[in-house]
Design a protein around this ligand. Structure first.
Ligand code: F3S
Ligand code: F3S
Length: 113
C-alpha cells in the first residue's frame, strides 16, 4: 500500500484524491489516510502531493514509518465519536469527511516557523 504521512497534517491539499482511480484516499479532520486494503498500488497519488507526504510503504523515511500502521488504524480502530471502526467503505467520496483523526495525527504538533 501507499501511505500518507505527517506532512499532510493541516495541509490537506487533496491533489492526491483527484488522481486515485479507486477512491481509497479518505479525509479525516487534520489529514487524509490511504486505505491499505483498497489501495491498488497504482502510485498515481505520490508525485502530485505538493508536500511529499505520500510514500510506498517500503520507501517511507524512518520518521514516517509509524504512519503505515496509523493509516490502517484510521479504518480498523474505533475513532473518537464513532461506535465502530469505519472498516472498508469501498469509496471515499460517498463517505465524505470524517471529523476525527487517529491518535497519532490528532496529537501531531505543527512546529511554528
Ligand atoms: Fe495530503 Fe498531499 Fe494528499 S497534502 S491530501 S497527501 S496531496
Ligand atoms: Fe490510489 Fe495512490 Fe493507492 S492513487 S490506488 S492511493 S497508490
Amino acid at each position: 500500500t501507499y501511505v500518507i504521512g505527517a506532512p499532510c497534517v493541516d495541509v490537506k491539499d487533496k491533489a492526491c484524491v483527484e488522481e486515485c482511480p479507486v477512491d481509497c484516499i479518505y479525509e479525516g479532520e487534520r489529514s487524509l489516510y490511504i486505505h491499505p486494503d483498497e489501495c491498488v498500488d497504482c502510485g498515481a497519488c505520490e508525485p502530485v502531493c505538493p508536500v511529499e507526504a505520500i510514500y510506498y510503504e517500503d520507501d517511507l523515511p524512518t520518521a514516517l514509518v509509524p504512519y503505515l500502521a496509523d493509516n490502517a488504524a484510521f479504518f480498523e480502530e474505533t475513532l473518537p465519536g464513532h461506535d465502530e471502526p469505519i472498516g472498508s467503505p469501498g469509496g471515499a467520496a460517498k463517505l465524505g469527511m470524517v471529523p476525527a483523526d487517529t491518535p497519532l495525527v490528532a496529537g501531531h504538533e505543527v512546529i511554528p516557523g
